[in-house]
Design a protein around this ligand. Structure first.
Ligand code: HEM
Length: 215
């Protein structure tokens, strides 16, 4: 039988491809969008990580989600520095969530408050992705919009506290494999992971509509 980390990865593979190849992501990574689109995307991430991390300290003592709570993953402070760089000191004033972002953040918060195992699905979908494909996005952003390497604008993608991302990911998969949930609950976590991917794709779709490429 496959390990849970393999199951969750396999189950979300198709949606991963969909997210990766979404119009907005392709345009962004293809260097076809302006820095404004990147800033708008970063703003959306702020709402998602605010939801992920505002409940995290409380979840640290939870028997199921607790082992996943690792402060070296926290992204909110980095996002705030990036936004200050991208939007200026008044960044909070102009900050607004797209409806799709609101729906995503609401679901994360709901899981954080009521269903710790479901929160793991959201935790996995974001942080393991940031540690993986996020590095490609950072590289592209630095080249396209001229941010300093690992500096302001792309700090979200820089995990200062994680020296070896590959080793960290191995450890993370071990946590998934050891998750304290029975088979039915594991199936529910996998379903929530699919939902998390769908919520991400919906944000990309909305951003794609906001930043269309004139043909
Ligand atoms: C253009 C955008 C993206 C690129 C280029 C990309 C690329 C990658 C790559 C190369 C990996 C490496 C897997 C490994 O360690 O072997 C990965 C893993 C992952 N990505 Fe992405 N990704 C992108 C977008 C996303 C998005 C939008 C999400 C979800 C929000 C996501 C979630 C994940 C997750 C959860 C993993 C870990 C899979 C696992 O090992 O269990 N990725 N991605």
């Amino acid at each position: 039988m496959d390990s849970f980390s393999t199951v969750i990865r396999t189950a979300s593979h198709e949606q991963h491809v969909e997210a990766e190849t979404s119009t907005f992501m392709s345009d962004l990574l293809g260097g076809r969008l302006g820095v404004d689109a990147y800033a708008r995307y970063t703003e959306q991430l702020w709402f998602v990580y605010e939801a992920l991390e505002s409940g995290a300290d409380r979840l640290a003592s939870d028997p199921v989600a607790g082992p996943f709570i690792q402060p070296e993953l926290y992204r909110l402070a980095a996002l705030e520095r990036d936004l200050e760089h991208l939007r200026g000191p008044g960044w909070r004033t102009g900050l607004s969530a797209l409806p799709a972002t609101r729906a995503y953040a609401d679901r994360v918060r709901e899981c954080a408050e009521r269903w710790p195992a479901g929160y793991i699905a959201h935790h996995y979908t974001r942080y393991l992705g940031d540690l993986s494909g996020g590095q490609l996005i950072r590289d592209k952003a630095e080249r396209t919009w001229g941010f300093a390497r690992k500096g302001d604008g792309v700090r979200f993608y820089v995990f200062e506290g994680i020296a070896n991302p590959a080793a960290f990911k191995r450890g993370y998969r071990a946590l998934l494999d050891a998750v304290r949930a029975d088979d039915l609950e594991k199936q529910r976590i996998v379903a929530e992971c699919r939902r998390a991917f769908a919520l991400n794709t919906a944000v990309f779709r909305a951003l794609g509509e906001e930043f269309p490429l004139s043909a």
